[in-house]
Design a binder for this molecule. Sequence first.
Ligand code: SF4
Length: 231
Amino acid sequence: MNSRIFIVAEKLKEEYKDFNHKNKVNPLDELIFIICSIKRSESRYLLAFQDLKRAFPSHQSLSEASLSRIKRVLAPYGLQNEKALAIKELLRSIIKAFGKPTLSPLRKMGDRECEAFLLSLRGVGRKVARCVMMYSLGRAVFPVDSNCWRLCHRLGWIHWRHKVDVISSKDMDLLQAMMPEQLRASLHLNMVFHGRNVCTVRNPKCCICIIEKHCPRIFGHNVGTRQYKSG
Ligand code: SF4
């Protein structure tokens, strides 16, 4: 299994060059960026985050802004009520923990402590916590989003047990443990891109897939439910 993971990681890296999804180096920015991205297309959430930064250049100014002002900035991109509230609550909890709107203290924490703190924040699950850790703190974790999950399943790396949207913490831990530490970030970045553009939920483009030789789906093995059969 390990050698298959290495080969697939290498092929994806060769093709996508550790695709830049425009995530943020500052962990609090990354968390806010993720909130902006929920249920929105890439073009919209990039603009939403940009507008938010323009309106509130510092985390301090964002934390002092009224809920209604944050809502107004996010309004063109939708879900402004939920997202503005989530941002306010997040900042409130962080200020309570660290005395100011910053996640810099996470840099001094070990992986476990860091993940536990992020998970203690309302609305932050394991995938989001690990995205912040990977993108902004350089930790060797493997965030499992629906693209990574689907690909790992289709490649036969994990058994299919749930609907694609339901990824348990246990499954996330299992996949993370399977991935060699040095490949985790690269695999995540490139699997997200491959899953969005080639190995899509419906009608995956197997005929142009650069890892099709390593995919049991091609050989007619049972790798999924009807949902995955191309039309
Ligand atoms: S061959 Fe098809 S199912 Fe397999 S990884 Fe590629 S696109 Fe996905």
